[in-house]
Design a protein. Sequence first.
Length: 78
Amino acid sequence: MADNTEKKSLFRPTLIVAGLTSLSRVVGLIRDILISNVLGVSYITDIFIVALRIPNIFRRITAEGAFSAAFIPMFSKK
């Protein structure tokens, strides 16, 4: 019986995360389409895209990537 309630309690949050992730992907696609329509193909577009990517690189390293995987176990041992 506990397994059934645990499955029910995990279903809704999983569905919410999946839905919001899908929404984020669609909004990102719309953003990219708008950027390409407004700026076109030029070096200014390339500069703009690089400027958008730099913060994402730092977020991936610190929040999603190797930084947290390496330091969280180290801090939890102390």
